[in-house]
Design a protein around this ligand. Sequence first.
Ligand code: ME8
Length: 518
Amino acid sequence: METGPFYITTPIYYVNSVPHLGTAYTTIAADALARYRRMTGHDVFFLTGLDEHGQKVAQAAEENGVSPQEWCDRIAPKFRETWDLLGISNDDFIRTTEQRHKTGVQAFWTKLHDDGYLYKGSYEGWYCVPCETYYIEDQLVEGECPSCGRGVEFIREENWFFKLSEFADRLLDHYETHPDFVQPDTRRNEVLSFVKGGLRDLSISRTTFTWGVPLPFDEGHVTYVWIDALLNYITAIGYGSDDPEMQERFAHYWPAQVHYVGKDIIRFHCVIWPAMLMAAGLPLPETVFAHGFLLTKGEKMSKSKGNAMSPAQLVDRFGVDAYRYYFLRDVQFGSDGSVSMESMVQRYNGDLANDWGNLCSRLFNMTEKYLDGVVAEPLSEWHDDGDDTLTALAGVLPEKYEEAMGRLDYVAALEAVWDLVKDCNRYIENEAPWNLAKSEETWPRLETVLYNALEAVRIAALFTAPAMPSTSAEVWRRLGLGDIGDVTDIAAEAVWGRLPVGSRVTKGDPLYPRIYEE
Ligand code: ME8
């Protein structure tokens, strides 16, 4: 089943530091959606990458006594390794220092310059290096950056401006006619009121430092890092390339279905980026979804605050799938959410060790013990009304899951899976296969009950796969089934009764061994 292209992106992260839970959060969410869309037959292109230019990165390099390029080359592998560790299935990884990107950025500038959207002017105002953002005096809060609260520097230079102010009406019109363009609604309102307040033209070049993409029409100017960064979404898939294959790729995947970003960067993505695309005559992405912040003890977790935990530490303790599950299940996507070791242990032991892992273990063990590991035929004369809730829940799961994921609501999607998982546990308790196994008379009922429960597990594993790809694949292996990663029509695959009679079930180690709090 082919259901069309699906292009999804994460922000490209600054290489001023290594990946942390915050950057991993966006990337995991994007990965889970990319995986699910592959399972619904979409032709997915999932992009992530690195934002390597700008003053902040140049400063990090300087502090470490290396050239900016050396610094980027040193940090880039750390991102790739972390994404590998977290099972991220990105189709491409763009670095803004790559030639393909620079070529695309310059093609973009040439077009906007030719079409009269740029002019040279003088900029005077304040700049926050950690945020790489320009401010006018009035925007500062007690003389400091209104966003991160740190010091700002005064800059006065002649640079190029993009006529952003001309786009306010077109932007407002677009928000109006495309209510899904900015999501969730709280962010949409924020963007609306910002644009209604009026837009100023945007300074798009710098002359006081050199670590950036040079403007093709004015030597000595490099591109303002944010503009450079936003363009990654099109340069990565071929914008500005003269290779016909890349041009075709661009035509195929653009516009993106969804850009995932944190709420800190919505103005760039929901105001500046669409205006840039309008100026270049390109279609706009369908949705920019801004999620909230992960908080630890009430504070935003960030590299600069030093309260960012390392993904590797958590993977080490909980395993990759439990890590992924926790952040998707415990934090409502779109809202801020507190994360802590305690709640992670609780989620792990409750949802994964008890509900899901234990269900699989019990069933695989019983199948081995009573049926020599061979799935037996469920007999209609041994059907019981007690089976109906289970089959009904499995029946509605594909639709409920799709509905939730269509809204990018991971919590609701996972809750729908847990409705089935929990009911299957209830089913086992009620039917008590260990009692059915005691007499020959009830043996066919035992076979039917085990079939039903294993079938529910097969279906549940399909829908845990986007969040927890490796354990879902393992559940399918233990059920004697093929590679879950090959599924491209999840709804068809989820039809009740596809577990083959005669399948060989193996028990194996617990999927999520209980964790005892230290
Ligand atoms: O802003 N909670 O890069 P960046 C949730 N290079 N998400 C968080 C987070 C937290 N505590 N901290 C960071 C940049 N993030 C630019 C982007 S895109 C064209 C250029 C996530 O390394 C969140 O997605 O500062 C946020 O938007 C992003 O990391 C910022 O990463």
